[in-house]
Design a binder for this molecule. Structure first.
Ligand SMILES: Nc1ncnc2c1ncn2[C@@H]1O[C@H](COP(=O)(O)OP(=O)(O)OP(=O)(O)O)[C@@H](O)[C@H]1O
Ligand SMILES: [Mg+2]
Length: 284
């Protein structure tokens, strides 16, 4: 369970981005965080893994107070928190496989990571994940040779190979076409269910939040103004979150559920020997 209490962030510029946020996310829950630009969505998820230091308040992940941790403890705790970014944050000149394995850097010792010699079980798990997201034919491709949707799937694998308890996802579909956006959201939600992960997904697209999330939290000017079921996102609620607009058209689409399509289903068969797998295992 993730629990935030009185979480407040005032940037040095004076911007009060979060005001006394109290929020609990139970294990296994996929929550969408919506709200207008500047509402504090990115700040909130960054305060959880301390990419941004909160000004006051507490964040607990299970019984660990994240904001009380110092370097080593924080590094260990961050293994439990996977992050998926809008801009993918891949290393362009590395292969798909190497980018996924970089998610293990919190576990692998310095010298191994320097020479990119990863333990065989990590490599096997990277293959399983890439198969799961249908990227196994692309393991040797460089990140800069991939489409946006493929890059985001690499980002998902990199977050999951950490074996996290919680996923923090910031605008995962912002640069993707509508169909790919749905596939990526579906994939994230399916993987959370399969692995019992909880997730906070910052998303601008209200329709995607309604379709895929179990719970929606609406943020406005650093405060929670809605917390409830996606179905209850009425025009009145959307006006409260975003301001006046014709919301009828936005919420007109039908709900299809998060785990319906099998287009990203992978099989569990061993991929067998692979040159990239052998190369990365090196002399271990
Ligand atoms: N590094 C920073 N320094 C100063 N102010 C910041 C910083 N980052 C964000 N802010 C301010 O904090 C507020 C919340 O920003 P944040 O990026 O969390 O919003 P957001 O909801 O993620 O917006 P968007 O939907 O555009 O990504 C804004 O007023 C923003 O200007
Ligand atoms: Mg943001």
């Amino acid at each position: 369970m993730l629990k935030m209490s009185g979480l407040t962030k005032r940037y040095r510029t004076g911007d009060l981005a979060l005001r006394e946020i109290d929020l609990e996310v139970p294990d296994g829950q996929v929550m969408a965080l919506i709200g207008p630009s500047g509402a504090g969505k990115s700040t909130l998820i960054r305060c959880i893994n301390r990419l941004v230091e909160p000004t006051s308040g507490t964040v607990f992940l299970n019984d660990i107070e994240l904001n009380a941790l110092h370097r080593k403890g924080l590094r260990r705790a961050r293994r439990n928190i996977g992050m998926i970014f809008q801009e993918y944050a891949l290393v362009e000149r590395l292969t798909v496989m190497e980018n996924v394995l970089s998610g293990r850097l919190g576990y692998v010792g310095f010298w191994r990571s320097l020479f990119r010699k990863f333990p065989r079980p990590d490599i096997a798990e990277a293959f399983r994940l890439l198969e799961r997201v249908d990227l196994d034919p692309m393991v040797d491709k460089r990140a800069d040779e991939l489409s946006g949707g493929q890059r985001q799937r690499v980002g998902i694998c990199r977050a999951l190979i950490q074996n996290p308890l919680l996923l923090l996802v910031d605008e995962p579909t912002a640069s993707l076409d509508p169909k790919t956006s749905r596939q990526i959201m579906r994939l994230i939600c399916e993987l959370c269910k399969e692995r019992g992960l909880s997730a906070i997904i910052n998303i601008h697209d209200v329709q995607l939040a309604r379709i895929f999330a179990e719970r929606v939290v609406g943020l406005r000017m650093g405060e929670i103004v809605y917390d409830g079921l996606p179905d209850r996102l009425t025009p009145k609620v959307l006006t409260e979150i975003y301001g006046e607009e014709d919301w009828e058209t936005t919420i007109g689409g039908e709900k299809t559920g998060g785990g319906d399509a099998g287009e990203n289903e992978g099989d569990d068969e061993d991929a067998g020997p692979h040159p990239e797998k052998e190369r990365l295992a090196g002399m271990i």
